[in-house]
Write a protein that binds this ligand. Structure first.
Ligand SMILES: [Zn+2]
Length: 191
């Protein structure tokens, strides 16, 4: 698909926009768009998901070493939590998305916890040390629940085992409790 648009840089009608559909393995289609101005050379690229994605909660019961291989596609707006550890990782405003697996995410949590504990005192030190111990035990003998909530639905958990991943749409009440949930609601109303 090609069309001409006004260039925000030189204000001529010389912007050529091209869009390409691209299949991301285990995730679905995304739309790559590239706009180039034939007059001044200004360029802009972007990417967006094609399907109307719903606010989702994805859950996986991790109870074997094998489950550490479950793929984790985490967008910048997703919150990860492991209730058994009392751990919740809330995304910041400029949070990056990543593709990893359960083991990789556990390592990330362990690293940031270790860093945090180096300056913690009193009750938070005790609480953090308990959490770290639980994570280390779980890496040998896993038995916990991995939960990912994404108000914009751009995240995914992918397992080769059927029925391993449970998912449901975030309810309005759940949305209001999760980071970026309010923004997702506002965007939904505007559509
Ligand atoms: Zn231009």
């Amino acid at each position: 698909m090609d069309m001409s648009l006004r260039c925000p840089c030189c204000d001529s009608d010389s912007m050529a926009l091209s869009q390409t559909e691209y299949e991301v393995e285990h995730f679905g289609s995304v739309l790559l768009s590239a706009a180039t101005c034939r007059n001044c050379g200004y360029k802009h690229t972007d990417v967006m998901t094609l399907n109307a994605r719903e606010p989702m909660v994805l859950t996986a019961k991790i109870n074997s070493i094998d489950d550490f291989n479950i793929h984790v596609v985490k967008s910048g707006t997703a919150t990860v939590s492991i209730p058994e550890f009392g751990a919740t990782i809330t995304p910041g405003s400029y949070s990056e998305g990543y593709v990893s697996n359960i083991e990789g995410v556990l390592e990330k949590i362990e690293d940031s916890l270790t860093f945090m504990l180096s300056s913690a005192k009193g009750k938070s030190l005790q609480k953090g040390a308990r959490m770290l111990k639980k994570i280390r035990t779980a890496r040998e003998k896993p038995n916990f629940t991995f939960v990912m909530k994404d108000p914009f639905g751009n995240s995914a958990l992918v397992s080769s085992k059927a029925g391993k991943i449970k998912e449901h749409r975030l309810t309005r009440t759940e949305l209001l409790k999760v980071k970026f949930g309010e923004q997702a609601l506002i965007q939904k109303t505007k559509q």
